[in-house]
Design a protein around this ligand. Structure first.
Ligand code: UDX
Ligand code: ADP
Length: 466
């Protein structure tokens, strides 16, 4: 089966970069990315490549090369579906905020809408690829909708989970550890569909890195990979607290255990807590699925990863409050960073939001400098928690374009995101313009503690005894 036209529904953090790379590597395939959000589509079509809606190093060059040649962004969803041989579903699947499974299960209403739209717009057989992270056995539901509401055409459902990490999305897409393709391995049509997608990736991914499995294994592998990665971060974060109470240094511990080839050095970086759109959502989802199958011990085991993460964010905020003589009311506290990690403008589930919320509850005035996140986004994030009125949030929280202005007159600085540029700041100048004693809370262990202490700062760094 030869694929000549691909449509991707959802022009977000996953759909946009993934399709840009497919288009760049497969110039003979027409790739159309569609979205109901017209503003997002306009931004993807913007002349100015620095205004793309997703910031990822290297993405602008790839979009610049392929856009208009074989990569197109459009809001004509039905037309793109109709033309395509293969349709990727890359829409958001946030945690449910209502009803059964609230706070845990993935909300699949957008996926269902897509499936219904694919069914109604199709005028030929198609391969439908789940790209969004989905609970195990979602493909069954998608297939059921397609088979029962369609116009009699045949659909093959594949699961092709995305393992790209934000900030390194382009690198991860160009040189993936593996590409996973799940499909109906029991029928000839299923195997053909798998092969069609294998052929797309084979344009640039070595064949030994393209794995095919049955659909259910593929869906569960995605949740499992994220659960394992998040578990490593929570494990190291839990021990960072023990280090602070002893003479141990979490960095030395992390380095020492990472040298064990069975453990490996990655994802052992202590932090103020993991964020991002995947880890928490996927674990909650896993927990929900386990409970729904009556596997309560398994569910409790994975839920603990989230509990430790919440604890880590909370104890960071408490540390700030305690060090500022148990009150932050009316005090200026500067946040360096708001994104959930460096090199991305994504703020979903960022630790900064939750630490800010706890400090705002105590009446702090927070000034944020983040090189990539807009003030509007910060307000969206904090308003979403529904803890205070919008007016109050705008009174207590502001963003600054300049890090020195953000730090001027502050009682304390907290590093929430590990942006490289924070290391290069003129820390003497910042010290001179702050309230004394100058306190820094480094939630990322980014700064040179000794150098700062020499200037006169009091430095708290995660996992190091003060
Ligand atoms: C993650 C997975 O890595 C990716 O494979 C999946 O497709 C989507 O979810 P992402 O959320 O983009 O990717 O970022 P990741 O680099 O995994 O970081 C997640 C969070 O963990 C960030 O807040 C990061 O700061 C934190 N983290 C990561 C740590 O605190 N310590 C570490 O050692 C690694
Ligand atoms: P992800 O990180 O999974 O890519 P995003 O929220 O960044 O998630 O992107 C998902 C995109 O999917 C959004 O731009 C949203 O407008 C789009 N979307 C959701 N439902 C539909 C739909 N039925 N048709 C087209 N686009 C959709």
């Amino acid at each position: 089966m030869n694929i000549s036209k691909i449509c991707c529904i959802g022009a977000g953090y996953v759909g946009g970069p993934t399709m840009a790379v497919i288009a760049q590597k497969c110039p003979q395939i027409q790739v159309k990315v569609v979205d109901i959000n017209q503003a997002r589509i306009d931004a993807w079509n913007s002349e100015d490549l620095s205004a793309l809606p997703v910031y990822e190093p290297g993405l602008d060059a790839i979009v610049g090369e392929a856009r208009g040649r074989n990569l197109f962004f459009s809001s004509e969803v039905d037309l793109a579906i109709e033309e395509a041989d293969m349709v990727f579903i890359s829409v958001n699947t946030p945690t449910k905020t209502y009803g059964e499974g609230k706070g845990q299960a993935a909300d699949l209403k957008w996926i269902e809408k897509c499936a219904r739209q694919i069914a109604s717009a199709s005028k030929s057989n198609k391969i439908v690829v789940e790209k969004s992270t989905l609970p195990v056995r979602t493909a069954e539901a998608v297939k059921d909708i397609l088979d029962n509401t369609g116009n009699g055409y045949k659909f093959q459902i594949l699961s092709n989970p995305e393992f790209l990490a934000e900030g390194t999305a382009v690198e991860d897409l160009l040189d993936p550890d593996r590409v996973l393709i799940g499909g109906d391995t029991s029928t000839e049509e299923g195997l053909e569909a798998i092969q069609a997608l294998v052929d797309v990736y084979a344009h640039w991914v070595p064949s030994e890195r393209i794995l095919s499995t049955n659909v259910w294994s593929s869906e569960l592998s995605k949740l499992t990979a994220n659960a394992f990665l998040a578990q490593r971060v929570s494990s190291i974060n839990s021990l960072s607290e023990l280090c602070e109470s002893t003479e141990a240094d979490i960095y030395e511990v992390s380095r020492a255990i990472g040298k064990d080839s069975r453990i490996g050095p990655k994802f052992l970086q202590p932090s103020v807590g993991f964020g991002g759109s995947c880890f928490q959502k996927d674990i909650l989802n896993l927990v929900y699925i386990c409970r729904s199958y009556g596997l309560f011990e398994v569910a409790d085991y994975w839920e603990q990863v989230i509990k430790i993460n919440d604890h880590q964010k909370g104890r960071f905020a408490k540390k700030i409050i305690k060090s500022l003589y148990n009150t932050v009311s009316g005090k200026k506290i500067t946040f360096l960073g708001w994104a959930f990690k460096k090199d991305t403008n994504d703020t979903r589930e960022s630790a900064a939001i939750y630490v800010a919320d706890l400090l705002l509850n105590e009446g702090a005035n927070i000034y944020v400098y983040d090189p990539k996140v807009s003030e509007d986004q910060m307000y969206n994030d904090i308003d979403y928690l529904n803890t205070r009125t919008k007016v109050e949030n705008r009174r207590l929280l502001q963003s600054e374009f300049d890090p020195y202005a953000a730090c001027k007159g502050a009682h304390a600085i907290a590093v929430l995101t590990e942006w490289d540029e924070f290391r290069e700041l003129d820390w003497q100048k910042i010290y001179d313009q702050m309230q004394k004693p100058c306190q820094i809370f480094d939630g990322r262990n980014l700064l040179d503690k000794q150098k700062l202490e020499k200037i006169g700062f009091r430095v708290y760094a995660i996992g190091k005894s003060s």
